[in-house]
Design a protein around this ligand. Structure first.
Ligand SMILES: *Cc1c(COP(=O)(O)O)cnc(C)c1O
Length: 400
């Protein structure tokens, strides 16, 4: 063991602990759900992206079991070398129909779909124009590309600031290609990108649009088809990224767009070329999840009923949900220490809801991030609401 490396790691970890930024995940001991066993106790889980409850849906489970019987557990290779099974093709065809696009290419995660697609479609003659609150996987994908993208060079617009976006578009006309990239639903604030305005500006200034719909997949649009569907922008968003890891309940990501885009990514998308295919049982489970989404309106209805109830109840109790428009419901706290104290006290009350602090969000903008889902019962949410109220009362009146 190299002493320099170990010393450096120890020092870095100590700094994280000193700054209250050190993460140690709790251990989930049951399937994902509204109520889970975690670190040996039963809690209401408000920190899962299992929006539709599909991670443990009986039909999805059954299909995965049957797929293991048929296919075994691994694809055996990267896709182009011999890891593409008919179940992968079937999944992509289903997703293309679902998204109403020509073609879809699946990746092993949303993260790798970003790092596979973004650098593949850009050259050093291009520029990326980004919303300042874009997800880390977009930022990493952009960093892997030879295009210009930096905030310090003026290529990042303020959150949802369409005036600034237009300004950047007017100043970047000498680049060959211009990519505007945004989250569809912002992962920490739960608000929705102004996609109609972005598409109009892109069309006006001859730029193209990529939307990362990780948190819109299964949540917004027809049967959960995403933000393009939600705003009826079919055919006007050049590249859509979806995840199969959140609402769809398993793992994976995909890029939806033209046939040429898919063929180009098969040839130039590095995670596609150099990383093993999704397990076939996962691909099969995802097809079953799509079947549920397209044929059973109940999970999405319950997701949105629970979302509306939860936001209203919090607002009526005087909590600030920061203008969220989707199931992602931040509960504003402000102070980092207080948010962390609140997280610990909620845990003691039997509620698992994580605090989100700098650097994931800005300094002084700490919050508890809550995610109601179709997997929660009314009792789960009422239980959680009571816990939030009790914790707030104790925090504002520490002696009582
Ligand atoms: C979660 C997330 C991803 C990554 O998706 P995975 O399938 O979990 O890798 C990408 N983009 C956004 C906006 C996300 O929230």
């Amino acid at each position: 063991m190299n002493a320099e490396l170990q010393g450096w790691l120890g020092g870095q970890l100590e700094t994280l602990r000193d700054q209250n930024l050190y993460k140690k995940p709790r251990i989930l001991e049951s399937p994902a759900g509204g109520r889970v066993m975690m670190d040996g106790k039963e809690v209401v889980n408000l920190s899962s992206n299992n929006y539709l409850g599909l991670a443990n849906h009986p039909k999805v489970r059954q299909t995965a079991l049957e797929a293991i019987e048929k296919w075994g557990v691994g694809a055996g290779a990267v896709r182009w070398i011999g890891g593409t099974m008919s179940v992968h093709d079937e999944l992509e065809e289903r997703l293309a129909k679902f998204k109403k696009v020509e073609s879809v290419l699946a990746f092993t995660s949303g993260f790798t779909a970003n790092s596979g697609c973004i650098p593949a479609v850009l050259t050093d003659k291009d520029v990326v124009i980004s919303d300042e609150l874009n997800h880390a996987s977009i930022i990493d994908g952009v960093r892997l590309s030879p295009a210009r993208y930096k905030k310090s060079e003026g290529f990042v617009f303020g959150h949802k600031d369409m005036g600034q976006l237009e300004e950047i578009l007017t100043k970047t006309q000498n680049f060959e290609k211009r990519m505007i990239i945004t989250d569809g639903v912002f992962s920490m604030d739960g608000d929705i990108a102004p996609l109609p305005a972005i598409v109009e500006l892109a069309e006006k200034y001859n730029a193209f649009v990529m939307v990362d719909d990780a948190h819109a997949s299964g949540v917004l649009g027809k049967n959960g088809a995403g933000t393009a569907s939600h705003f009826d922008l079919y055919g006007r968003v050049d590249i859509q990224l979806g995840t199969l890891s959140k609402a769809l309940g398993a793992v994976g990501g995909y890029i939806a767009g033209s046939k040429n885009l898919k063929e180009w990514l098969i040839n130039r998308g590095r995670p596609y070329l150099f990383s093993t295919a999704l397990p076939p049982m996962v691909a099969a489970a995802l097809i079953a999840a799509l079947n549920v989404m397209e044929n059973d309106p109940e999970p999405m209805k319950r997701l949105w009923d629970n979302t509306r109830w939860w936001k209203n109840a919090l607002n009526e109790a005087g909590f600030d949900t920061m203008g969220s428009e989707t199931p992602i419901t931040p509960v504003y706290v402000g102070d980092e220490g207080e948010a962390q104290a609140m997280e610990r006290m909620l845990w003691d009350e039997g509620v698992y809801a994580l605090s989100i602090v700098f650097p994931t969000v800005g300094r002084g903008k700490a919050r508890i991030r809550t995610m109601p889902s179709a997997a929660h019962t009314q009792e789960d949410l009422e239980f959680a609401l009571d816990a939030f109220k009790r914790v707030r009362d104790r925090l504002s009146n520490p002696v009582a």
